[in-house]
Design a protein around this ligand. Structure first.
Ligand SMILES: NC(=O)c1ccc[n+]([C@@H]2O[C@H](COP(=O)([O-])OP(=O)(O)OC[C@H]3O[C@@H](n4cnc5c(N)ncnc54)[C@H](O)[C@@H]3O)[C@@H](O)[C@H]2O)c1
Length: 287
């Protein structure tokens, strides 16, 4: 199946990144969110990201204009899905919300359309089973920031067809990514490894093992060669997203090693969600 038009559901950190790389790859893109202000914020983020690429001399200003021109932002879900061949859902990480979205997409999208989810943790079989086309539901897990990170985990659930996997792999490759096919399992591979590592860094901070987030991040950068420490990474990803990943890992496996650090939960409750909120483990100035 040839994909020409991609619809992205959600214009947040991941949705706008996916819309950008899809448009850069030459696809026509619809980017849908629930409110104009989120659509506008997502469009602005894409323009800023492209401006940085222009500044680096990798594309011309004219190219950037054409890329933006291929993205139509909308709040109208019917309009967003009507011409799509592939829909990539990147809405808020919440099982009930994703099930509702996939049910709606299944009702509205033409029969041939493949439905992909960018979920970090939710088993693809769960979102697939809320549709009448579970064979056409696949995971496409991009990484943050999407324009920079090369990996895409393509997730094949028990019900996903080989054809849906093939389409997801081809589209990811056309976007300049390196897809890796993995089995459907809570948090898949990348987050199953990195999220408990970040959680342990929060425990270390909470227990006062190091004096500050900076100290923990410095140790990890200098001893593991990581470009960014776990607490700065937590702020980039979003503390609410991390907590959701841990809760799903914990409830799906029952394994106490995945219990969220109480400090992480408190910070989410306080609204200290990281960069997007202006404050997380580090202070980014008020938003
Ligand atoms: N943040 C990360 O580093 C990261 C990395 C990989 C995957 N993910 C996954 O990507 C998804 C999105 O994460 P994010 O960080 O972009 O979140 P975000 O909070 O930045 O954006 C989510 C967006 O979804 C929108 N939304 C909610 N309900 C919607 C609906 N019914 N239709 C359309 N839009 C809707 C919200 O208004 C919001 O703009 C989650 O499933 C998350 O687990 C996140």
């Amino acid at each position: 199946m040839e994909v020409k038009t991609i619809c992205v559901i959600g214009a947040g950190a991941m949705g706008n990144g996916i819309a950008q790389v899809a448009a850069q790859a030459g696809y026509d893109v619809y980017m849908r969110d629930i409110d104009d202000k989120f659509v506008e914020r997502g469009t602005e983020a894409i323009k800023k990201s492209l401006a940085r690429i222009v500044k680096k001399g990798k594309i011309s200003e004219d190219d950037a204009g054409k890329i933006v021109g291929r993205i139509k932002g909308t709040t109208d879900v019917k309009e967003a899905v009507s011409k799509a061949d592939l829909i990539i859902e990147a809405a808020t990480e919440n099982i009930e919300l994703k099930k509702k979205i996939f049910k709606e997409l299944d009702e509205l999208a033409p029969a041939h359309v493949i439905l992909a989810s960018n979920t970090s943790t939710i088993p693809i079989v769960i979102v697939g089973s809320s549709t009448n086309r579970p064979d056409k539901v696949v995971g496409m897990h991009f990484f943050n920031p999407v324009p920079m990170m090369k990996c895409v985990e393509v997730i094949k659930s028990l019900t996903t067809s080989d054809e849906a996997v093939k389409v997801a792999v081809e589209v990811a490759e056309k976007m300049g990514k390196s897809p890796v096919v993995v089995k459907d399992s809570p948090a898949f591979v990348a987050n199953r490894l990195i999220v408990p590592f970040i959680n342990e860094a929060v425990f270390a901070l909470m227990e006062g093992i190091a004096d500050s987030p900076e100290d923990i991040d410095t140790i990890c950068k200098l001893s593991f060669g990581h470009p960014m420490g776990p607490l700065a990474l937590a702020d980039l990803v979003g503390l609410d997203v991390l907590l959701a990943v841990l809760e799903i890992l914990h409830s799906e496996t029952g394994d106490p090693k995945f219990r969220p650090a109480p400090l992480l939960r408190q910070m989410v409750r306080a609204g200290y969600l990281g960069q997007k909120a202006g404050r997380g483990f580090y202070d980014y100035g008020k938003k």
